[in-house]
Design a protein around this ligand. Sequence first.
Ligand code: 5AD
Ligand code: SF4
Length: 474
Amino acid sequence: MMDLLIPDKTHDESRQGEALMLKAEAAKNNGRKLYIESYGCAMNFSDSEIVASILAERGFETTSDYSVADVIFINTCSIRENAEQRVRNRLKEFTVAKVKNPGLVVGVLGCMAERLKSKFLEEEKLVDVVVGPDAYRDLPNLIDQVDDGQKAVNVLLSREETYADISPVRLNSNGINAFVSIMRGCDNMCSFCVVPFTRGRERSRDPLSIVAECRDLFDRGYREVTLLGQNVDSYKYSTTGEEVITTNFANLLEMVALINPDLRVRFSTSHPKDITDDVLYTINKYDNICNYIHLPVQSGNSRILDLMNRTYDREWYINRIDAIRSIIPDCAISTDVITGFCSETDDEHKDTVSMMDYVKYDFAYMFKYSERPGTLAAKRYADDIPEEVKQKRLTEIVAKQQEYSFYRMQARIGRVERVLIEGFSKKSDKDYCGRSDQNAMVIFPVGENYKPGQYVNVLIERSTTATLIGKVVD
Ligand code: 5AD
Ligand code: SF4
């Protein structure tokens, strides 16, 4: 049985390579089975739901067993070299399936498809279809082309596509939390990052379609939505017509929060240069907007931040942290950090460590710098920090983060947390698990008076570095 928890992390290790399942509508069933697995960020997992929805319309049923599939899709990530290597290794495993079933269609979707384009077809003979993140509506045609004996590629990026009208089928869902994509692409051009090249220009989705999707989720029993975008703080949508109304991220958060006080609202990812006090006041105003902000710092040193083209410096980031602390009492903060970026000295690395000491993050995703072809950094700077040094710096900050995660968890002991129950805990069906407002995982004994999808108050009695443990008190 697959783990039904859907944590709202950006790159959740436990979900990498997860396959999606849904039933085709009986009336449309074309007798063909789709197997689709996803890698990378939450946006990719959300996109796979859009893909499955487009193909369900054409009568495809999904399967979690690729050996019985007629179409295998792998939705890929290019963010670091090892993410791409993982996909290539996985493709090798599909070779046997293709030998057994020569009519099998193998497709590569997502960021790696966009980056490598038709080169993919030359490099991986197994692959029949290469489709970028803005071309999923074309999938039925592309499959037809392959059925006719051709290879098929569509990697056109779009300035408009937001798939706003496609209501994604919720796959592997626990029926409680869902991701809702509010924008696509990224215009930031951080020098290390391949995303602007693979996902194209930033565009925001019509707020009314977002609110309608969230309301529909609530009506179907969902109790938590995570609004997704590469940089949610630059969300902006203007209506056309006589009276132009512009919606920014603070407005959108408020619109979604007002759907129902029992619908929790989360969001990811915030950008330090764009997060406004207005957004912070909105988070504080509504109890159902969770007190949790993922605010990637990348580095604590201003020279490195400049080379990274992050467009903020150390002081600016600290100012945003101070603003969060003063406007939203009791807000959890997590981050992303890269070690060993081009020319980073030991002293500059120490600035990242001291930033961690300053913020005492609740959680952090930490990476060694991995040069990506075509990015500004790859063109401009040498990847000159030796692997051992990158690793040593990473090991140091991982250890530091462990301490702070534990510190943050310990600080909750003796407090009562409002928890949305998501299901049984991973380890035992005698315990439920769910998340606190601040996004901490909370484990507590199963009881008769409450069930998944409901809120309970849990008194926290102990903790590990990653989990709070307690008992229900109401
Ligand atoms: N090397 C290492 N980490 C990277 N990230 C993005 N690009 C790279 C890269 N080339 C990290 C950043 C980003 C997160 C999603 O992945 O920290 O915030
Ligand atoms: Fe990449 Fe920077 Fe855009 Fe994030 S904000 S996707 S790190 S370019």
